[in-house]
Design a protein around this ligand. Structure first.
Ligand code: DC
Length: 222
């Protein structure tokens, strides 16, 4: 069967990555976590002590940076596995900061478009349906209340042995939502042809089933 690309967008901690993982398993597709790419850029900038609003130097840094996005989800930066290091609260905020820069966005969008050229990819992010994969036949927009998302992040952090203060995480989510939806370049918005699913009171399997139904009806039409 022909392999399509699938776009999943939505605010942070809405379940995009988890759903993309379940779907990629069910469909035999590859999940590309585009947020992890912004996180890797942010981590590299922090490590190199480049200010997060210094667009010129960040763009130059990206041009030199060796970033590998492995199909098992591992993120390799300059040969080092940084899959865990990019998940701290500091790097979450820093990723939101660098994602405001137009030069950073256009470099990463070009990489993402190249990676999924052959089809069979599920991309999750903020601008997939509106910019990266404007023509994707399936576009999903996942939302959930900030409180439901904060609870999920607390659980994830505890599982990973990371800091997990609910109030701090909720505050960060609200702040990042504001930044991601109010930035000048490619702010988070729902594509006109995206299907919105509110996951606040749904289990992972319920969301995955709902998305699978949409994908299957689309594949049937292709
Ligand atoms: O999905 P995430 O929380 O890992 O993303 C980290 C940050 O990167 C997020 O605050 C916004 C930004 N981002 C973006 O601007 N565009 C994307 N396609 C993916 C993430």
């Amino acid at each position: 069967m022909k392999k399509i690309n699938i776009a999943i967008d939505g605010p942070s901690a809405a379940g995009k990555s988890t759903i993309a993982d379940v779907l990629s398993e069910r469909l035999g597709y590859t999940h590309l976590d585009t947020g992890a790419m912004y996180r890797a850029v942010a981590l590299n900038a922090v490590r190199k002590e480049i200010a997060l609003d210094d667009e010129e130097n960040i763009v130059a840094m990206i041009a030199d940076m060796k970033l590998e996005m492995l199909s098992d989800g591992s993120v390799i930066l300059e040969g080092e596995d940084v899959s865990e290091a990019i998940r701290t609260d500091e790097i979450s905020m820093a990723a939101s900061d660098v994602s405001k820069l137009e030069g950073c966005r256009s470099a990463l969008v070009a990489m993402q478009q190249k990676i999924c050229e052959a089809g069979g990819y599920i991309l999750d992010g903020r601008d997939i349906g509106t910019v990266v994969l404007k023509d994707a036949p399936v576009k999903i927009y996942l939302v959930a209340t900030p409180e439901a998302r904060a609870e999920r992040r607390v659980k994830q952090n505890l599982e990973k042995g990371l800091e997990a203060d609910y109030e701090t995480i909720l505050e960060d989510i609200i702040k990042r939502d504001y930044q991601d939806t109010h930035r000048e370049h490619s702010p988070l918005t729902k594509a006109e042809d995206a299907i919105e699913i509110d996951t606040s009171y749904m289990s992972i399997d319920e969301v995955a089933d709902a998305v699978m139904e949409i994908v299957e009806s689309c594949l049937g039409e292709e």
